[in-house]
Structure formats: C-alpha cells, structure tokens
Design a protein around this ligand. Structure first.
Ligand SMILES: [Zn+2]
Length: 338
C-alpha cells in the first residue's frame, strides 16, 4: 500500500545533506538586503523568488553565493539557524547534520567566535538535534581547504564532520587531502559531494584519494557497474537529493531520476533536501517523491531512516535513540492482517 503523507509527516526523520546557507528563503533574502541597505536588483531573485530551473550549476552557485553574501552579521546567521531548527522540528526531524561553509562568512568579515556562537544559539531555539559539517569549496582551490581546517581546529562548536562541495572538476580531489588528514586527527567524519554534475571518476577520487566516508549525491556513479558494485559491497552511504538534481538540470524530471534504481540495486541511499527553498522542496516532500518513485512501503521508509541513523556521524547512544523512534513509528504504521 502506498505510504500516506500523514505517515511521512509523523515519521521520525534524520537529514544528512542540507546546507545552512541554502535554507535562506526568498523573503528572508529580501529582508536581509533591505536591512543592510543593499540594492534589491542585485539579488539573484525574480518577483516569484528563486528560479524554478537553474541554467547551469554555475548559475546556481552564483545565486547561492549572492544569498550567502547577504549574511553580514552574527545576528543574521543566528536568525537563519533558528528558523532552520524550527523548520526541522516542525517536520519531526530528530537529527540533522547541516553543512555550513564557515569560511565564506569569515572571509566576508565575520568574527569566528561570534559566528559559532550565533549558529549554536540559533539551533538551541528548537527541540531538535543539529550538528555541523564544515565544508571547503573545490572551485576556491586548496587554500580554501587549508583555511577551513584552521578555522575548524580553533572552533568552539558542535562539528561532526568536514566536507567538500563546489564545482566538480575544478580542482582535483587529491589536492584536498588536508581534509582527510584533519578529519582523522580530530576524530571527525568526512563527506564529499561527488557524482552530482560529473561522473564516476569524481566518486572514485573521493573514495580513493580522500577516503570519503559518505558520498554527497553520487548519482553520477550509475553508468559505472563496477563502481556501483563497489558502493553496494562497501555499503557506502550515498546522500541522494532528488529534486535538487532536477532543478539543477542533472535529470530532466523526477521520473527520470535514478533513485529507484539505486534503491533496487542495494545501494546505501538516504534521502535529503540539499537547499530546500532554492528547490521549492522540503525533506518530507523528498521522502514522498522517493516513496512514489521507488514504490516504497512503511518497512522500506523505516529502513531508509535506519540507514541514515547508521550513516550519521554521532555516538552509538544517539543512534540507539533514533533507531528506537523509527521502530516505534514502523510498528504504529504497519497494518496487522486481520
Ligand atoms: Zn549539497
């Protein structure tokens, strides 16, 4: 039986791939611009908000950086973090690992201590558990990786992992080995955006050159049977964001998205929202899309959440609590044959 929207709303959720700066909606972006007396025509926004389709990944990056540049003060950041935490709580997201490009804000002049404090105070405004993945950006070059590591080493914040994002193919993955070394030294996780807009070679480089523990997106792996077999065998967590891939033009429609194939081939997939207002989606919407496309039932959706819990960069105690909540939901939503 198809799973209902109400059941998905009640589902205890875990989200592993969402960007804090990507949660700024169009109204908030306009307000930030007004507060800082910036010319609204400089905003990457039409009257209707963000574009419904981006012309290219570069177009999206420009839009994203335009919005990031509106975040001028720790108060701006705190308000964004609080709004995000409340939205996660409202969707019954129990646990989130949110990616935050901290270096962008420091390079724009924000004082690091105040920045970390603002994020942590914002998250504390809702009853949900949120931890940070601090990412470096490929197209900013290796120095961005080195400076990100230094920022994280000095940070007083609940950071669970390092990440790498940005334009694939702009800088070879091996030039970001400082991320792997620092993650190992600091006992942090490492997740790499790979196979989002480019193919299997980037996913292999993320695994072989950087020792990625999780792959962000990974849809570009699909044409390579050997790589898919490896991802299945090693059960590498793959953070799939279906609507993001469609709005960025990676696939023409949700119907042509490979999520169902990834699921059927036994890949360790999780479902995520990436930059929800930029793509007019939410985590609940993405779970609904995934359920419809792959014809998932209650047990399958519970399994998706269990995989996310196991893939999370958190303690066994936290995982245990998440798994228990998922188990309760599954029991409540499983029909007992009469
Ligand atoms: Zn992403």
């Amino acid at each position: 039986m198809p799973i209902s929207r109400a059941a998905l709303e009640a589902l205890p959720k875990i989200e592993l791939h969402v960007h804090l700066e990507g949660t700024v909606d169009a109204d908030t972006a306009r307000t930030l611009a007004a507060n800082h007396s910036l010319d609204p025509s400089s905003l990457p926004l039409g009257d209707a908000g963000y574009p419904t389709r981006f012309d290219s990944f570069q177009h999206f990056v420009d839009c994203y950086l335009g919005v990031s540049a509106l975040i001028r003060t720790p108060d701006d950041l705190g308000a964004i973090a609080a709004a995000f935490a409340k939205a996660q709580q409202a969707q019954n997201v129990l646990y989130t690992e949110v990616t935050f490009t901290a270096l962008t804000h420091v390079r724009n002049g924000m004082e690091p201590k105040a920045m970390w404090q603002a994020v942590s105070d914002g998250f504390a405004e809702a009853d949900t558990h949120i931890r940070l993945i601090v990412d470096a950006v490929r197209d900013m070059g290796p120095q961005h990786g080195t400076d990100t590591v230094a920022l994280v080493e000095a940070a007083d914040a609940d950071i669970c992992a390092l990440g790498l994002s940005g334009i694939e193919g702009s800088t070879p993955e091996r030039e970001f080995r400082m991320l792997s070394e620092a993650a190992q030294e600091m006992g942090l996780g490492l997740t790499i955006h790979a196979g989002e807009t480019k193919g299997p070679e980037i996913v292999r480089a993320a695994l072989d050159d950087l020792g990625a523990q999780r792959i962000g997106h990974g849809v570009g792996s699909m044409p390579d049977d050997e790589l898919v077999a490896r991802l299945v065998k090693d059960f590498v967590p793959v953070e799939v964001c279906p609507t993001s891939n469609v709005v960025l033009g990676v696939f023409p429609s949700l119907e042509e998205h490979p999520f169902p194939e990834m699921w059927k081939r036994g890949m360790n997939v999780t479902v995520n929202s990436d930059d929800p207002p930029f793509f007019s989606t939410t985590l609940t919407d993405e779970l609904e899309n995934a359920s419809r496309l792959a014809v998932l039932e209650v047990a399958d959706v519970a399994e998706l959440q269990r995989r996310a819990a196991h893939a999370a960069f958190c303690s066994q105690d936290v995982k245990g609590n998440l798994l228990a909540a998922i188990g309760v939901w599954e029991e409540e939503h499983t029909e007992v044959p009469s």
